[in-house]
Design a protein around this ligand. Sequence first.
Ligand SMILES: NC(=O)c1ccc[n+]([C@@H]2O[C@H](COP(=O)([O-])OP(=O)(O)OC[C@H]3O[C@@H](n4cnc5c(N)ncnc54)[C@H](O)[C@@H]3O)[C@@H](O)[C@H]2O)c1
Length: 334
Amino acid sequence: MSNQARSIIVTGGAGFIGSHLVRRLLADGHRVLNIDKLTYAGNLRSLADVSGHPSYSFLRADIADAPAIHGAFSSFRPDLIFHLAAESHVDRSITGPMAFIGTNVTGTAVLLQAALETWQRHPRPEGFRFIHVSTDEVFGALGDEGVFTENSPYQPRSPYSASKAASDHLVRAWGETYGLPFIVTNSSNNYGPCQHPEKLIPLAVTRALGGEPIPIYGNGTQVRDWLHVLDHCDALVRVAAHGRNHDTYLIGGGNERRNLDLVRELCGILDRLAPKPAGGSYADQITFVADRPGHDFRYALDAAKVSAHTGWEPEITRSEGFFSTVEWYLANLK
Ligand SMILES: NC(=O)c1ccc[n+]([C@@H]2O[C@H](COP(=O)([O-])OP(=O)(O)OC[C@H]3O[C@@H](n4cnc5c(N)ncnc54)[C@H](O)[C@@H]3O)[C@@H](O)[C@H]2O)c1
């Protein structure tokens, strides 16, 4: 982003990706208002090191609460918004889809209205943007071959991905209808410190260390493209600075792994860092469980456009990223 300090609203800043993004934006010298409802997935301890930063403020609010959101926008007057707040767990969307509609769809619409009002009311610099952080899951599932691109058709298959797809469409509609400056980003699976323990990597590490079964859906052949959360945040910052208004960018790590291979790799790292007192490998705890309904087989994406437009490349290699992530959970999951 430019060296000029910006006034930035981050929604979902107490979540996994949002907490890393807030820290990065403060380090870059910006003023940040974090708006988060603090659901089960939000954790302000992830931001304990910056909570007293003079340029940081926090508002506990539901993004679907229009009066609270309009009030926050009119007093803070952001010139940049990173929208990350969401219900984000596919399994929960299967058992309780309505919360996903309330936050991901209605909440996004409320934010768009508040952003539009701010943008229309106060003359804003060129760089005003609503950056919408979305997922590659909106494109559905791939077979063994091929990759998603920015031109892939939307084919969401879970209540989570359908609600994120709806939110992407709303953002583009506010851009086309009202001229709101926006960028949509769709990223692959993130990993790194501070992820909620329901997600695959922290779940596997927690279960391994607890001596419990490590569940793998189906036969574990599903493929995901793993992106380190710090690389994702770097891409978001670059997209805000250099991305084209009213455009879309796919962000991926170029790091495809079958779920089973990923968990075996994590177990191998744990075997080295925290050998089981009784011997044997943590991989012995891997247990296959009934597959998730409608489980997407493979996601992979072509991140050439974001690289070409912003100069971004993922910097954290798979071995370095997985190793440091396991180390972090070992130190922090107790
Ligand atoms: N984690 C991934 O692998 C991944 C990949 C692609 C895209 N995304 C997207 O990135 C964004 C962030 O993902 P994450 O993994 O950090 O999610 P997360 O579940 O860790 O965090 C979500 C945050 O949003 C907050 N929140 C939820 N509902 C809210 C509401 N109604 N009002 C205000 N705050 C609310 C939660 O309290 C939490 O702090 C999401 O939009 C997600 O769809 C995530």
